[in-house]
Structures are given as C-alpha cells and as structure tokens.
Design a protein. Structure first.
Length: 577
C-alpha cells in the first residue's frame, strides 16, 4: 500500500547549531537564532585510569573516588560571549591518587582555546566539545580550595556560550506538546513524519523512528533493591536439579543474505536468554490551548497522545495486516513518556492548526527541562501482575490434583471469560474485555440450548439444525426465552426446581449493563470505557453463566466460575515529575 511521502515534521539533531539555541542539551532544531535561554553544562565523569594496578580500572579501587567540580565565571554572558572555566579534582584520601583520568563533555558550549598543566593533553583546539584528561596525580587531602595551592590540578579553557544560564519559565497558553514513546514493535515505514488526524484539533504530527534494543531474562538474578529473591531461592533449593552450562546463539538470515544474531540462550543454573528487539520511537506532536496540561496528574497527556496515535496504528494495521502491531496505552506498553512543550509566538496565534502543523517541518525549539516546560510521566507496575498469587492449599490443592487427572476441555465460554480478564488486567483493552464477556454469555446460552434439545429427545445433528435454521432461536433475546422454556420443561421431567432467568434482577443487569455496553462498543472508541465498567461487565457475565449452568445439573460444567471480581484491582497508577 502507498502511504505517501513522509516529511520531517520534527528534526532531531545530535549536534548543537552554532547560530541557534536549544533548551538544555535538547534534540530539537530551533526556530531562530538565540530565541531560547538554557543553562550552561558540562558532564564530567571519571574514566579508566591507565596507571591503575592490574585488575583495577577506576579511582574507586584506591579508596574514596575523587570528586570533580567545575566553575564558569562569569555564570551568565550574552550569546557569543566567553567565560573562563576552572575544573578542580578533590582527593579526600590520606594517600596520593595517581594515574588519574576523566572526561568532560561540553553541552551548549565549545572550546575557543585552553591549556592544562599536569595532565595530558596540555592544550586544546578550537571547537572541541569532548575533552579527555589523563596522567593526573592528586595529592592527599586535596579538597575544595586545592586549585589555589596546586597549579597541577588547574585546567582552564575558554568556552563559547550560546546564551545565558537563566532557565526558562514553565510555559503557559497555547502551543505544541510533543510526547515521546518507546513502543515495543517496529513499523514497516521509513523514518519520518506524517500529518495525522487529531480528534480535538483536526490535525497533528506523528514521527516514526525505527530502533533496535534488547530484552533479557536471567535465572537467579535479582532486581536491585528490596526483593524476595533470597527467600524464594531457599524454598526452591530442595527441588533444584543440575543444569549443564551451554550457550547457544540463533542467527536469522535477512532478505539481502546477511546474518543477524537475534537470540542468545544460556542453559546453566544462572542462565536465561537475551533477544534482539526492534522498537519504534514515536513522537506525537499536537496543539494544546494551555501548555500547563503537562503538569496535570490525571493522565490527560497520555490519553490525548494515545487518541492520536491509536487511529494511526489502526489504519497502518488495516493496510498492512501487520499482526505484530497493536494499540498502545500507558497501562500496558511502556513505563516512561517524555513530554516537551513549545509555546506559540504572537504571530502564530492567528494561524490555523494545519498552518501551524505545517511549520513543524521547518524545525522548532521545544522546552525539555523538567519543571520548565517538560515532564516525565512514569507508570508504576504492580506486584499483582508480576508475582504469582498466594499458593493454593488444602481442599483447593486437593481438588486441583484430582482435576488434572481428568480428561477435560475448557468450554469456549470459559475461555472467553479468561480472555476478557486478560484484556482487563494485562492488555488494558476495556472495550475488548466487554465484548469478550458479552460473547461468553451468548456462547454459553447456545451450548446449553444444544444440550437441552438433545436431553429432550433430538439427536446432536437435529439440535444444531434447529439452532441454525429455526427463527425462534435467532438472536440472544429469543434464545434466552427458549432457554428458560426448555430448562423449565427439563426440570419438570426430572423433578428439579426451576428458577427463571428472564425478568429477574440478574437478567436486568445483563440487559442494562452488559448488553448495552457491548452494543455501545460496536461503534464507540477504545477510550470510551473505563476499568470499572469493564470489570462490572465481566462480573455480570460470570454470574450469568454460573446461574444458567447450575439450573441443569446434568449439563453443569465440572468447574464452576467464581462470580466474584473482588480480587482484581486497577493499575497502581502513574507518577508525574
């Protein structure tokens, strides 16, 4: 299928424009030179020390790590101005540190000229932004003011600064919001941007960038922090069996004949797997009337972004029939969303949304400092979904031990209930959860009707023919009436008490809540339902199936569903900062 030529609505750049400005160390190309203030930064980090003893690679091997500090007087200059920078290393140990090395990455600045005494190299060239120092000796108890006493540790150079150190205020009023998501599947699209439909403003921009990462699982490797790892390991020790150490690598042959490693498998006791994982970095950029929306804690930013992205993904799935792609939501696809903002200029406030979105292709400055026009939205996971439930015991464990020895096939209606629960708790697709729940009831009604027709004298083929061709059995409403009638007839023949479904409280709940929600799901969007609605619908489906099943003991399923939904809880929620 032809999608049309993509256009670069948002241009990401790894290099700082000499004549422009960016917020912090941001990635977006600016609109015009000098239009956005940002702080002066350098990222100083210790590096491998060539003078360290064998097997020791960092300063920490000698004791307390040295502390690098930097000063940049004056701290604020006009764009194009210069500042003399001083770097100081502190040594709090009682002995000298030798063979020291560190790196300094310049952000929003570059070298004009400079010298460094007591380290290699001793000079730098104009334009450098990545600096490395080595061959350093730091005397013992060399602290904050050591630069005044030991010239050997004083490295100075002049830096070109793009603007002042003042941080921008958090923007308000109309402008663009750009939400960046890492979506765990690749799209067969060229990297670039698309103008897409926005149900709020009519038009928005979606940029797709294909990337590759990995995911891994290793046995007997705990997560950092409080954990039940040791306790579970002790409990499992008596059941352990030896595992031989073997490593396997799986390679895939690509269309051009080249090979690509896609999977590593380790069979040992502490082994596991690591596999290649393609993902898409997706930028959803849309217009907002008030940029303070990114500070709200009601998940509105992610809901707005998903409301734009999901219809785009649906259209892509329809045209490509790509089964690996699904809708996304904050509850199931990612743990972090990054939000940037860009307020409209005065002359832009008279433009239409299509005109504004078209301007994105020219490049635009976006705030990305947290609390100053940007936000991180984190989703917290829940142990309810990660860990197993409390182990079953007593009569329940005995029942399972008996059950697993029986020949048994799960009914389709039960399977649909399980799918509804998964859609509710794992996929967070509340619309599909309601559809699965409603379908489960209809399937179970059909199953019981067939069993009753056979019990009342028809053979299996005649029963199916009646259900498929007789107008009295068309539609769920008529099937409910026929089910009540046949159940009553069967109960009279067998001397069993009969309880009517039609006209009762449970029937009213099925009709007014579950059936109407399913009907609404036919034409409503995926975001039209909440967790509580879907959970209530599933509960009604389970109650209905159980009620109808128990009226006919001869047809009753060996296992009865529990109608309770009390053990299920909604997501733990998110964190905004």
């Amino acid at each position: 299928m032809v999608f049309g030529e993509p256009s670069p609505f948002i241009t990401r750049s790894s290099a700082l424009p000499v004549d422009g400005a960016q917020y912090g160390n941001g990635n977006y190309r600016p609109i015009a030179p000098g239009n956005a203030p940002f702080p002066l930064r350098s990222a100083i980090s210790p590096a491998v020390s060539p003078g360290s003893p064998p097997g020791l690679s960092t300063y920490r091997a000698f004791g307390s790590a040295p502390v690098p500090n930097g000063s940049f007087p004056p701290t604020a200059v006009q764009s194009g101005g210069t500042s003399l920078a001083t770097l100081t290393l502190s040594n709090s140990n009682t002995s000298n540190l030798t063979g020291g090395a560190f790196t300094d990455t310049l952000t929003n600045m570059s070298m004009i000229a400079g010298t460094c005494v007591g380290a290699t190299p001793v000079s730098f060239t104009a334009g450098q932004t990545s600096l490395s120092f080595s061959g350093i000796t730091i005397p013992a108890s060399f602290r904050e003011h050591a630069a005044q006493r030991f010239d050997i540790m004083l490295c100075s150079r002049r830096r070109h600064m793009s603007t002042t150190q003042q941080q921008p205020a958090a923007p308000r009023g109309p402008g663009f919001v750009s939400v960046i998501l890492d979506v765990p599947f690749g799209l067969a699209l060229p990297n670039g941007g698309f103008q897409v439909f926005d149900p709020i403003k009519g038009i928005a921009a979606v940029q797709i960038v294909m990337k590759e990462g990995s995911r891994a699982f290793f046995r007997n490797t705990p997560i950092t922090g409080p954990t039940s790892f040791d306790d579970l390991k002790v409990k499992a020790s008596e059941y352990e069996r030896p595992r031989q150490e073997h490593d396997y690598i799986v390679t895939s042959v690509l269309a051009d004949g080249t090979e690509k490693a896609t999977l590593n498998i380790h069979s040992g006791a502490d082994g596991g797997f690591a596999e290649s994982l393609y993902y898409s970095e997706i930028h959803i950029t849309f217009l907002e009337d008030d940029l303070s929306v990114i500070d709200r804690k009601d998940n509105s930013v992610l809901q707005r972004a998903a409301g734009i992205l999901n219809p785009f993904l649906d259209k892509y799935r329809l045209l490509t029939e790509d089964y690996r792609v699904s809708r996304v939501s904050a509850d199931r696809n990612f743990y972090l969303a990054v939000s940037y903002t860009s307020p409209l200029e005065a002359d832009e406030r008279l433009l239409t949304p299509p005109q504004l979105v078209a301007r994105l292709s020219e490049g635009r400055a976006f705030h990305h400092l947290l609390g100053h026009g940007a936000a991180h939205i984190l989703r917290t996971n829940s142990i309810d979904y990660l860990g197993p439930r409390p182990p079953i015991a007593g009569t329940h464990l005995h029942a399972l031990g008996t059950f697993v020895q029986r020949a048994y096939e799960m009914p389709l209606s039960y399977d649909l209930v399980m799918q509804a629960l998964r859609s509710l708790q794992v996929d967070r697709d509340y619309k599909l959860a309601i559809v699965h729940a409603a379908t489960a009831v209809e399937v179970h009604v059909l199953h019981l009707l067939h069993g009753l027709l056979v019990a009342l004298g028809k053979n299996a083929a005649e029963a199916w023919n009646t259900l498929e061709t007789n107008p009295d059995y068309e539609g769920i409403a008529k099937r409910f009436r026929r089910l009540d009638a046949h159940t009553k007839e069967y109960c009279e023949q067998t001397g069993t008490a009969f309880t009517q479904f039609l006209g009762g409280t449970l029937h009213a709940r099925w009709r007014d809540i579950l059936a109407r929600s399913r009907n609404r799901a036919v034409h409503a969007g995926i975001a039209s339902f909440a967790w509580a609605e879907a959970a209530e619908a599933i509960g009604i489906a389970k109650e209905s199936i159980t009620f109808l099943d128990q009226r006919v003991p001869a047809l009753r399923n060996y296992v009865q569903l529990s109608p309770s939904m009390a053990s299920l809880t909604e997501s733990a929620g998110g964190v905004l900062f």
